[in-house]
Design a protein around this ligand. Structure first.
Ligand code: SF4
Length: 355
């Protein structure tokens, strides 16, 4: 007779084998593919990630290809996914891995890799390497907290609550492994159950393979777990940018290391000092980026004469021909979402002034 945890493992394993979604990184769970997918899935939903993952793998099919690309190339392949430090860390990690002669083979060694935290290290070790290591993301937290009625208030603090969940996630994957359930299937089944059945609102308990073991279900307390967190604290940001258009070219500057959105290209922060520029439009737009609510004021300046318009010193700048600007920005440099959403309005304003 299997123990309770063994039974949870065996049921999840059977259920996952019959109900798992087809996802591109699941067909071939090699270390490289699992690593890239897990980095993309940090803070981004599965449906959004799929096309980016496929394009990224076409562009960089191996860790060696990723290690030999430029920062610009990797940021460009990432453009639109947000949290660009993930892309820069992937490239830095690829260089480190190639220098070391191959991928790390344990969870602890993965923790030394840039951009890899406890969740990602556990996911790579279990999904790609079949090691009985724990994972804990939002889906797993919800499933475990409901099955065992683990709450923040009982744990006493957020840290104690998280530690309890990690401990259970580790115990479950190890006990399931001893019962013959592979860590790859077990951990993915926990995540899949959270994503498809044990949903934040409206859990489909009637379709749940572990309903008989679920304490929150048996006490009719499903919606009480996990306990609600405090509301997200938004940071209000007001920013002002200036689009300099000099005849048929647009000036962009690259945000420097240490600045917010470092590495991305954007409009200028300052108005042009050249006397030939004319202000033709000014508009406001609102954007949400991670925890920031941004109110952006964009002013459009045009000049008919290129000569004599001085550029600010100490900035990395580039002139982009207007006919190379696509619907969401120039193709050859990586830009952020606020830029991409306003570039067409900038071009319209400029064209309205016969540029
Ligand atoms: Fe989640 Fe319901 Fe299954 Fe419990 S019975 S694990 S609440 S889906």
């Amino acid at each position: 007779m299997p123990s309770r945890i063994q039974s949870i493992g065996l049921r999840l394993d059977r259920w996952f084998s019959n109900h798992s979604r087809v996802l591109p990184w699941r067909d071939d769970p090699s270390v490289y593919r699992v690593w890239v997918s897990e980095i993309m899935l940090q803070q981004t939903q599965v449906a959004t990630v799929i096309p980016y993952f496929e394009n990224f793998l076409k562009k960089f099919p191996t860790v060696e290809a990723l290690a030999s690309c430029s920062v610009d190339e990797v940021e460009k392949a990432w453009a639109g996914l947000g949290y660009y430090s993930r892309a820069r860390n992937l490239r830095a990690a690829a260089i480190q891995i190639v220098k070391a002669g191959g991928f790390p083979s344990t969870r602890d060694a993965w923790l030394e890799v840039p951009g890899v935290g406890p969740y990602t290290a556990g996911a790579i070790a279990s999904i790609a390497l079949e090691k009985p290591e724990a994972i804990l993301d939002g889906n797993v937290e919800r499933v475990i907290s409901r099955i065992d009625r683990v709450s923040r208030s009982q744990a006493g603090s957020d840290a104690a609550y998280k530690a309890k969940l990690w401990e259970k996630a580790g115990e479950w994957v190890r006990v399931a492994h001893q019962a013959g359930v592979g860590p790859r299937n077990f951990n993915q089944a926990l995540m899949e159950l959270g994503a498809m059945v044990c949903k934040p609102k409206g859990a489909i308990c009637g379709a749940c393979p572990v309903q008989t073991h679920c304490q929150a279900f048996s006490k009719s307390e499903v919606e009480n777990f996990p306990e609600k967190k405090k509301k997200k604290q938004w940071l209000q940001v007001a920013e002002e940018v200036h689009a300099w258009i000099d005849r048929d070219q647009l000036l962009l500057r690259r945000r420097a290391q240490g600045e917010w959105r470092a590495g991305l290209w954007d409009f200028m922060d300052q108005a042009p000092s050249g006397k030939t520029y004319k202000k033709v439009a000014s508009f406001q737009s609102k954007h949400v980026v991670t925890r920031h609510k941004i109110t952006r004021k964009t002013t459009v300046w045009v000049s008919e004469k290129r000569a004599g318009n001085p550029l600010p010193k100490g900035l990395e700048t580039i002139w982009i021909p207007l006919d190379e600007v696509q619907i969401d920005g120039p193709q050859k440099v990586a830009t952020g979402s606020a830029f991409q959403k306003t570039i067409q309005a900038v071009l319209s304003a400029a064209r309205g002034n016969s540029i």
